[in-house]
Each structure stands twice: as structure tokens, then as C-alpha cells.
Design a binder for this molecule. Structure first.
Ligand SMILES: [Zn+2]
Length: 63
């Protein structure tokens, strides 16, 4: 399950958001603390299941 780093400016707080397996990252995130819009720190998951994220830039087999 991908884990995303989400940042809320209002709370000055970074937290982790997850998606259900197989789903893309939501376009909109809501801070779990204040309920306001929060933003994605990175458009890529900070962590993913190893088997879901083997290939990437610089990968020996992908170039
Ligand atoms: Zn907040």
C-alpha cells in the first residue's frame, strides 16, 4: 500500500496518507486534524510495497 507524505499548512504538520491498494493517489487530501485541504509533499509514494515498485529510473533492467 503506497504511503504519501501530506502536509497541512494550517497545522504545520506532516502526516502520512495511504490509499487502498490499486487506487491512484487522490487529487485532494484533507488534513486529519483540522479537516482543511492539505497538500501532497510528493506526487510519488514515499514508500510502496517492494513488489509494486521494483522498476524505477536507474533500474538495471529499465535503464
Ligand atoms: Zn490541518
Amino acid at each position: 500500500m503506497p504511503i504519501y507524505q501530506i502536509y497541512c499548512e494550517l497545522c504545520d504538520r506532516t502526516f502520512q496518507g495511504t490509499t487502498l491498494q490499486g487506487l491512484k493517489a487522490p487529487e485532494r487530501w484533507v488534513c486529519s486534524q483540522c479537516g482543511c485541504d492539505a497538500k501532497l509533499m510528493d506526487d510519488k509514494p514515499a514508500a510502496a510495497h517492494p513488489l509494486e515498485n521494483i522498476h524505477h529510473k536507474g533500474c538495471p533492467c529499465c535503464g
